[in-house]
Design a protein around this ligand. Sequence first.
Ligand code: HEC
Ligand code: HEC
Length: 380
Amino acid sequence: MRRFLGLAVLGVTALLGAGVSAQAPKPAAAAPERIPLTDDVFKTVTLLRGIPVDTFFDAMGMFANAMGNDCTYCHDSKAYFDKTAFALPTPRIQKARQMIVMMNDLNRRYFAGQTRVTCFTCHQGNNAPSSDPDFMVQYGEPTENPNLRDFPTDARQTPDAIFGKYIQALGGAERLAKFTSYTAKGTYAGFDTSFDKVPVELYGRAPGQQTMVVHFSTGVSTRVFDGTSGWMSGPDTPLPLLILTEGNLDRARLEAMAAFPTGLRQAFPQWRGGRTAIDGAEVIVLQGMDAAGQPVAHFYFDEAGLLVRMIRFTRTPVGFVPTQIDYSDYREVQGVKIPFTRKVSQTYMQMTVELTDVQPNAAVDASRFARPAPYTRPRA
Ligand code: HEC
Ligand code: HEC
């Protein structure tokens, strides 16, 4: 599985590295905050039209995940090295288009147009979904996926109590109130670095701004959430300036808030709680619902009350696609517990940031949270 996913990212990196921008009709400069859609950027997209580019990659990641394979399961293997090869027709791309039509038809006819049936519903990480009953499933050891959006709720797990315990476990409201900014240094390792560690810097300011700067060997990647808007700019982004939208934007908001967590209780208008387990350890899960009552985010707390996982689902035309952030290695810095390790899992990407040095309340210039300049490749 790891190998497959590794390949998946090679695919993305090949695409991103070569800079899809070359074929974008007009980059952001003309109309700064117009969000580029698939129609503006990709030549061969016939069904997944009119969606933001970040959402499109979540959909592609969903395909790779559902197949249990990498991007080149459907795309020409030349896409590893040449992003233009993603546009080459293949029989499996054609098949996948038929599947999109079939899926939409099922959902429209039988599920009131909701994306209840997705690629994953049938495929479950397999190119050939099984049609036969399975005794292992019926009589074997049950396995529980803690990330399911639909779970047995437990009314005793209230957001007030759980967030209250969390704040206490971190050092208490009084200390947290005095913690209003930070700078941090550490390492980043992901598929896009072949898991080599490269330097990373992190900046944050209460109540919810965050910037991460990753020093790839190919150039500097800047990821900003300024409190309202979010952007990515670097050798690793599909456009010189990727504007975050929908679930990805909200995930950036939650990530920034997680450093100053007193506001998290208010992050969603509705919550429900339950119990599950992560890697055999019991956890409490709180599910945040958006204004429409749709479950979109999960927060998991361990026995000690600390946040160990956060998930934000992005709504795409092919279903909800999760991004998962696992927090670990909590250490006390000036009386406040801070997670020194975070691992981010996406359907097309996995990476780990390990902090080595955290400076609470260090001065952070407002310009750190400004919209980054569109990325230009350094001249060779
Ligand atoms: C299950 C098959 C499948 C997998 C796996 C898959 N794709 Fe796709 N991809 C498609 C289909 C189908 C389209 C065309 C969609 C449409 O017509 O609306 C497409 C289109 C694209 C395009 C647009 C090409 C262009 O320039 O017109 C890009 C880029 C792309 N995919 C990238 C990826 C990446 C990156 C991954 C891996 C994370 C991936 N795909 C995994 C089926 C797949
Ligand atoms: C209702 C169940 C169902 C759904 C939903 C579904 N598939 Fe399939 N898919 C199948 C079955 C069954 C096959 C045939 C597998 C075989 O031949 O053994 C298949 C085959 C495929 C193949 C060809 C695999 C190969 O071996 O060449 C691709 C690609 C594919 N699906 C992609 C998708 C994508 C992408 C989605 C979501 C948009 C999707 N499927 C949704 C059931 C489904």
